[in-house]
Write a new protein. Structure first.
Length: 464
């Protein structure tokens, strides 16, 4: 009896000694982001595939993004980005691998049919007939057998359409200090991504320990991950009114018990080019270091709400276009998107504080840059500083051009260390002048598709 007791005490001591110096095991190990600038450890990504060329399926439709062009160069540039991440010690989880594992596990559990019926409710009966051919590429619309399909009346009707935006993995989910937010897009063309993402988190072995803290579909709200920026363990900065609803910000504040700072964006209900240029918050703003942020001049300062230099140059351009129309020198049927930009840009950037726990909305009566400066942040401008440049030259050739080429859309590797498209030379120089280490890679083809490095990554784990 005494020998057994001694053996038990000895075993406990050995265990305690082995644990000394090790990090405690918590729920934070698999899905945890304390801040967007925290060192990146694990990320979910998806390389563009042959779904690019199949985009022509909607080139002649009335879908707003139907005419956007793509190039196979996107795939090579994406590989270059992945290589930089891995060289910096980031574990890259490929959506294709995660889906293959999820499909295998669902099959083994006898739940694949049930899962596919949820993902493809209308076309499931025909998909079921080919269920033995279901793999990751099939789910993403990259398999011919599920794409080149005609119905009984001879109409071309793909069983599974390409998920052409899924390689912007930032948007189907976001990770916070409290766990994952599964999002729910306003855009019908992106609903399939969310369904596939839920399937992946339900069945992929590598994701089984991820805590789902908020499910936007279940909560009945619309939001996308590109609007969600984690300032710290207790605070989210979130774009609202365009791709994400204000109600989503309120419910996230309630459910996650985190303060959410809602940043007003152009209204989705009156869609125009402004909604594309200022699509998600991460297309115009990102944190790059402790007390340093990258954003667009004039948009997020109360000082310029009534007299914005960007609005002034757009007004001048618009007057010129109207004059051309009167003279018959331009198409009179073109949408008047300049007028909408002039109308809505002054409303961009105002802050609403949704209080942690209650979701109570408080109008802060200030814009985002004003708020950050009050906390001691240094602001770095897309396009760099104006210097002695003429205002219109500065705005058109540097700020608005590099904004359109995703200069603000950078992803953080660690505090003061970011990944950026190489073609945004003025913004990169401004970042380096302000002590930020920039890893630049060729991304012109990727930028043409309306997204940047931040869009291309869904961080699963960051840790100081």
């Amino acid at each position: 009896m005494k020998t057994s007791l001694r053996y038990f005490i000895y075993s406990v001591l050995i265990f305690l000694i082995a644990c000394v110096g090790q990090e405690p095991v918590t729920e934070k190990t698999e899905a945890y982001v304390p801040a967007d600038i925290a060192p990146l450890k694990k990320v979910i990504m998806l390389s563009p595939g042959n779904d690019f060329s199949r985009r022509s399926y909607e080139h002649y439709s009335d879908y707003i993004f139907g005419g956007i062009t793509y190039d196979t160069g996107s795939t090579e540039q994406h590989k270059g980005m992945v290589a930089i991440l891995e060289e910096n010690g980031v574990e890259v989880l490929n959506v294709l691998d995660l889906l293959e594992n999820a499909i295998a596990n669902a099959r083994k559990a006898g739940k694949l049919e049930e899962a596919l019926q949820k993902i493809f409710p209308s076309s499931f009966p025909m998909i079921k007939e080919k269920i033995d051919h279901i793999d990751a590429r099939a789910l993403l619309g990259r398999q011919d057998i599920f794409y080149y399909h005609y119905d009984q009346e001879g109409r071309f009707l793909p069983l599974i359409k390409p998920t052409i935006w899924f390689f912007y993995t930032r948007d189907f989910a976001a990770t916070t200090s409290k766990g994952l937010i599964l999002t729910n897009s306003k855009q019908r063309q992106r609903w399939l991504e969310h369904s596939i993402g839920r399937f992946m988190f339900n069945f992929a072995e590598q994701l089984k320990d991820c805590t789902i803290a908020f499910d936007a579909e279940r909560e009945g709200v619309r939001c996308e991950g590109g609007d969600i920026i984690v300032k710290d363990e207790n605070t989210i900065i979130m774009g609202i009114n365009n791709m994400s609803e204000a109600e989503a910000a309120r419910k996230i504040a309630q459910k996650l018990d985190m303060d959410v700072l809602g940043v007003s964006m152009p209204p989705y209900e009156d869609f125009s080019g402004t909604n594309i240029e200022i699509m998600h918050l991460d297309t115009v703003f990102n944190l790059v270091n402790e007390k340093k942020a990258l954003t667009v001049p004039y948009l997020f300062e109360k000082e310029y709400a009534k007299d914005n230099p960007i609005v002034r140059i757009l007004e001048s351009i618009n007057e010129g276009l109207k004059h051309e129309r009167k003279k018959g020198e331009s198409d009179p049927d073109l949408p008047d998107w300049y007028s909408k930009a002039i109308k809505y840009i002054p409303d961009v950037g105002w802050l609403t504080h949704y209080k942690a726990g209650t979701g109570e909305a408080i109008d802060l009566k200030m814009k985002l840059v004003d708020y950050l400066r009050g906390l001691g942040y240094e602001i770095i401008w897309v396009g760099g500083d104006k210097g002695d440049l003429r205002e219109e030259k500065y705005l058109l050739e540097r700020v608005l051009y590099e904004l359109s080429m995703q200069a603000a859309n950078v992803v953080q590797l660690a505090p003061g260390k970011i990944l950026s498209y190489a073609h945004n030379i003025y913004t990169i120089q401004a970042l380096r002048n302000n002590g930020i280490e920039v890893f630049a890679f060729e991304g012109k083809y990727l930028a043409d598709n309306l997204g940047g490095p931040h869009c291309l990554t869904m961080p699963l784990l960051r840790r100081y």
